[in-house]
Design a protein around this ligand. Structure first.
Ligand code: NAD
Length: 477
């Protein structure tokens, strides 16, 4: 990377020291809900300002070839929903939460107080560069922390926009952005942050967790993986194709919750492929001018990812997979048409790593156990999709699998409800985000007990067997 903006070790050191100035954390900790909400509203106003909106949608067009419309739908809408949720609920979240006490602890009053964790580092990916920097940032502010955000250097235009926005809106002592490459991120990770919120690949997630272990910093790891979609026999294949083609093509397949591969009953494969082809045309090429001329269809983020995903197609085809849909590839502008592969087997690279591009491997199954056996061999996914009209089969699939999130007869809905926890499990992530879950991730949940009457004296030495017997009886009530 030749861009000077991306080697910023000295800047990282400066901002870390600045945010550690005496009294800084206390000032943020003492900030009122009104202060915090006002700071969050600044971000919302900035993003909605017509001129700024042109700037950030253009940045995303340059980085990901995305249309402004797609960026507004997939990047801004979730942010607006999450902001609204915080406006309505923050007052409740910051209140001390009373807790009951067991009979054996009678005389104590108990409550839990959420206090800011302190110094927070947010590391964002390139695929939804705005949303995935702004959402954790907003929740970290809501919880009263000092924050350093490190956007991805791969989405360079979005990174520059985020840097400008934060510089325009905040004092560096409260929120600062360090643009940066791997050495810059490594320098940041060596610092004793109190919490690190990382969104990215499982491989880098491990790097982050190892670095966090040095300071015993808590982490939230929002990672990825192979999210399956099971199309149960009898489910309307046109409906399945409509949902899957949309999920797979959104942001050119570069979405952490995209359906990674599909399991379709052998009897329905041909109809499913035909319906996928129709659906892709309906969405992106209704006038028959060629999909590459559609302003609604994006591009691979960079040459490395273009080559990586092309390599998955080539490897699968070389090992015997059939290219049922596809062929449109143009390296110059990183255009990659949607590809559908059939006859895919577990030893193909496309079934061993997250696809993260517009390529759908389709695996035929004859019985549900066969489909579940394919899934059981893979790491636990971030999202799991079930398309089925059969309640019992749906429940059986749910019971025999584990996933961070699940959507039934819908796709891509798994990350959008701020009332529910979003996040993976093991390889697909650690910790949860969204609404209150994000607020908690950025808060230390401090439990407090106050003696209001009584005493624990009978349970202190010298021990009296009579009192111990009574305490044990009480404990079991
Ligand atoms: P990535 O792991 O390559 O990079 C993420 C961030 O880590 C970037 O800011 C990058 O600069 C930094 N980074 C990269 N290598 C590093 C290293 N060696 N040491 C320290 N920092 C390093 O991920 P990506 O390619 O930006 O994003 C794609 C991945 O993110 C996919 O796996 C996708 O599923 C996942 N993802 C998950 C979610 C979620 O919410 N769970 C959302 C979006 C993307």
């Amino acid at each position: 990377m030749t861009d000077q903006r991306f080697s910023n070790v000295a800047e990282a050191e400066r901002l870390f020291a600045l945010q550690h100035a005496p009294g800084n954390l206390q000032r943020l900790k003492d900030s009122t809900v009104k202060d915090r909400l006002e700071r969050i509203r600044r971000i919302e106003r900035y993003l909605l300002d017509e001129h700024r909106m042109r700037e950030w949608t253009e940045a995303l067009r340059l980085d990901l070839g995305r249309s402004p419309e797609e960026s507004k739908v997939i990047e801004l809408l979730p942010v607006l929903v999450a902001f609204r949720h915080v406006y309505v609920n923050l007052r409740e979240w910051v209140k001390d939460q009373p807790a009951p006490v067991p009979l054996a602890m009678a005389g104590l009053k108990a409550w839990t107080r959420c206090e800011p964790k302190g110094h927070v580092l947010i590391i964002a990916p390139w695929n939804y560069p705005l949303q995935l920097a702004v959402l954790p940032l907003m929740h970290a502010i809501a919880a009263g922390n000092a924050v350093i955000v490190k956007p991805s250097e791969v989405s360079a235009h979005a990174s520059a926009f985020i840097k400008r926005m934060i510089a325009d809106l905040f004092d560096e002592a409260d929120v600062a952005v360090v643009e940066g490459d791997v050495p810059t991120t490594t320098a940041l990770l060596a610092k004793p942050f109190h919490h690190i919120y990382f969104t990215g690949s499982p491989a880098v997630g491990k790097v982050v967790m190892r670095a966090a272990a040095e300071h015993l910093a808590s982490v939230t790891l929002e990672l990825g993986g192979k999210s399956p979609v099971v199309v149960h026999k009898g489910f309307d294949v046109r409906k399945a194709a409509r949902l899957i083609a949309w999920g797979k093509c959104m942001n050119t397949g570069q979405t952490c919750i995209a359906p990674d591969f599909a399991l379709v009953h052998a009897d329905q494969i041909d109809a499913f492929i035909a319906a996928c082809a129709q659906e892709i045309t309906r969405m992106y090429d209704p006038a028959g001018k060629g999909l590459e001329s559609s302003s609604d269809y994006g591009r691979m983020v960079d040459a490395r990812n273009y080559q990586r995903v092309k390599g998955l197609i080539d490897d699968a085809v070389a090992k015997g997979a059939r290219l049922a849909i596809g062929g449109g590839l143009r390296e110059g502008d990183r255009f990659m048409a949607p590809h559908v592969l059939t006859g895919v087997t577990p030893e193909m690279a496309v079934m061993q790593e997250e696809v993260f591009g517009p390529v759908l491997p389709v695996i035929a199954y004859s019985g549900l156990e066969e489909a579940l056996a394919v899934i059981a061999k893979l790491e636990r996914p971030l999202s799991f999709y079930i398309l089925s009209n059969d309640k019992r089969a749906t429940e059986a699939i749910m019971r025999s699998t584990t996933a961070g999130t699940t959507a039934i007869n819908e796709l891509m809905a798994t990350s959008s409800n701020p009332w529910q926890p979003f996040g993976g499990v093991n390889h697909s992530g650690l910790g949860k985000s969204g609404g209150r879950y994000s607020f908690r991730a950025f808060s230390n949940e401090r439990s407090v007990q106050k003696r209001v009457w009584g005493t624990l004296a009978p349970l202190k030495p010298p021990f009296k067997p009579f009192f111990i017997r009574w305490a044990m009886r009480l404990a079991r009530l």
